[in-house]
Design a protein around this ligand. Structure first.
Ligand SMILES: [Zn+2]
Length: 601
């Protein structure tokens, strides 16, 4: 039987190629995915089709447009009141604010389902994502149910009418604080994401595609059913030769063979001296290899920044987005917290400062718990649940409670590699909590540029170029120390430090029993360990300060603290490289852009 088709289908399919016709209901997201699929399969034809699709849209908008009538916003009183009336009475009689909040969320969810059944083109527009959303339509045709006071929380008197039928004077007044707070938030909220976007770009502007293949054997393990596996190149893993492109079809084949995870290349483990190589970056969302010189860092920064405005605005719809009170960082504030790593880190998990044994966990008189750990007494505040038990062996940086581990402390305890991996996952979770499945490679690029520094705690006579107290780029540190190494069986390497990178672990990482176990489970029997490593500390700086660690003084001037930056450049006799990966010195010099020994780009 042929699929039933509408005039809309006919008009759109008319401009689509035969291989990519659509059928069934189409949403904004559905159309987006469809078009992305088309771009991957037929990149050449795609440009023509997308223009034709745009013209078709313009034509129809000019000829017809979509209008809404009064019947579109007429409430279905009977069905609405069946949900609203009993719930409103319960909400008024709620004994605690928490109970009221639960009732409001429950009822709003019911009203939302009711709204989705509402007849008329406004519902189609809201549900397809063309304009507005179901929550806004709910307020118009059903009821907002509750106003939220910015300080006092949910207003105890429920709203029993919809905007289309008109509120009573009392209901209207109860919504005023929320509306005012929203207006203020809208103005303020777009400024913060804008500022964060600029800082992200300053962190990543120097990251461009710098070569074809850096030659690394390292990468990250990703589970076979994880979509973030696609479009990457493999390392030698489960019979795949190095640099096999991971496609959905290949994933299906490997799955049927029972493969559960793959070792693939990642921007995070790229060994290129500057930027990232084509094979570690993988294919673009259009299914193509990135050309040399592509500013993947800036693109990643934009991809990360773009949802921030939406996050800032969506925090306005307070009631509808109240989630269970979790300790995980959420929304714009969550992203900011992980990037800015403030001293007062919200919901911070208690981490073991070094390897050792938990001797006792006891209630603290002021609330919360004391965790006795060796000679130390660590305090876990009352919001945290203690996981650690007496007698338990832990390693430095292991979490003893729930809550959010501080990325800077993970880096310091477990090395740059483990810190980057944690940072990527933690940040990805925040975006996911907002319904955004950000390409992890964007975050891996950020992790590489943000968690990338080593501080020398003592001078090393073999490397006089590093002074005590210097903070140096990880690559410089790695290149200096990766040669003086011993090949050692993993078990005998425990207690020493990694001399060469393995998987996502970086040079200088302490080899702990758990790391050794993990490496062995991945089939790694031997590692390179450092013969002699000075005392160093792995550091993470807040993302607003990180660009100041850039060694090129001219590049630093695109960020903040210009006076200090220039003074430092003069003190240390720093030079700028107009042929470097960072575009700012070339712009500032004004004579050329990227005209270096490796060619023009
Ligand atoms: Zn690479």
């Amino acid at each position: 039987m042929p699929t039933p088709t509408t005039v809309g289908h006919f008009l759109i399919n008319d401009v689509l190629p035969d291989t990519h016709k659509i059928s069934g209901p189409m949403t904004n997201k559905g159309l987006h995915d469809h078009v992305v699929g088309m771009a991957k399969d037929h990149p050449a034809e795609y440009v023509k089709v997308i223009m034709a699709l745009k013209h078709r849209g313009d034509e129809i908008a000019t000829l017809e447009g979509v209008s809404v009538g009064l019947d579109d916003i007429e409430p279905d009183y009977k069905a609405r009141d069946a949900i609203l009336r009993p719930a409103a009475a319960q909400i008024e009689n709620a004994k605690t604010p928490l109970e009221r909040e639960r009732l409001v969320i429950e009822t709003q969810n019911k009203l939302l389902e009711h709204t989705k059944q509402h007849s008329g083109s406004m519902t189609h527009m809201a549900l397809s994502g063309a304009r507005g959303n179901a929550a806004q339509l709910m307020k118009i045709v059903a009821s907002p149910l509750s106003a939220v006071h910015p300080k006092k929380g949910i207003d105890p008197t429920p709203i029993r009418r919809s905007y289309s039928e008109g509120l009573t004077a009392a209901e209207y007044w109860s919504t005023v604080p929320e509306v005012r707070a929203n207006n203020v938030a809208t103005v303020v909220s777009v400024s913060e994401p804008g500022e964060m976007a600029k800082v992200l770009v300053n962190n990543m502007i120097g990251t461009t595609i710098s070569g074809t293949d850096c030659g690394t054997q390292n990468g990250v393990h990703i589970r076979i059913d994880d979509g973030h596996l696609l479009d990457r190149f493999s390392q030698v893993s489960h019979g795949l030769p190095r640099n096999t492109l991971i496609t959905p079809r290949l994933v299906q084949q490997l799955k049927s063979k029972g493969v559960s995870e793959l070792l693939v290349r990642s921007p995070m483990t790229c060994a290129a001296p500057h930027g990232v190589c084509q094979h570690c970056q993988g294919h673009s969302e259009k299914g193509q290899i990135h050309g040399i010189g592509t500013p993947v860092g800036v693109r990643a920064a934009q991809a990360m920044a773009e949802p921030l405005t939406q996050m800032a605005l969506s925090s306005k719809h307070a009631v509808l987005t109240i989630k269970a009170r979790k300790l995980e960082p959420q929304g714009l504030k969550g992203v900011r917290q992980l990037l800015e790593i403030p001293h007062a880190f919200k919901h911070e998990a208690v981490l073991a400062p070094n390897a050792g044994v938990v001797s006792k966990v006891e209630k603290a008189p002021q609330g919360g718990h004391y965790i006795h750990f060796g000679a130390q007494k660590l305090y876990a505040n009352p919001e945290l649940t203690v996981h650690a038990t007496a007698g338990q062996h832990v390693e430095a940086g292991d979490a003893l409670t729930d809550g959010v581990p501080h990325p800077g402390k993970i880096v310091a305890a477990k090395g740059i590699g483990a810190g980057r991996a944690y940072f990527v996952d933690a940040l990805h979770k925040v975006y996911q909590g907002e319904g955004i499945n950000l390409d992890k490679r964007h975050l891996e690029l950020l992790a590489k540029s943000e968690l990338n520094h080593v501080r020398f705690m003592e001078a090393d006579p073999h490397h006089p170029e590093f002074l005590k107290g210097d903070i140096v780029n990880y690559n410089a540190f790695r290149d200096a120390y990766m040669k003086d190494v011993d090949r050692t069986p993993v078990d005998q390497a425990i207690g020493r430090r990694l001399g060469q990178e393995v998987l996502h672990h970086t040079v200088g990482t302490p080899i702990t029993p758990n790391l050794a176990k993990d490496l062995k489970s991945r089939g790694i029997k031997e590692v390179m360990v450092n013969k002699q490593l000075p005392q160093v500390e792995f550091v993470m700086k807040p993302f607003t300060m990180n660009p100041l660690l850039e060694t090129d003084w001219m590049a630093r001037l695109s960020h903040r603290y210009l006076k200090g930056s220039i003074q430092q450049a003069v003190h240390f006799g720093e030079v700028a490289d107009i042929h470097g990966a960072h575009p700012v010195p070339a712009y500032a010099y004004g004579a050329e852009l990227r005209n270096g020994p490796s060619g023009n780009y």
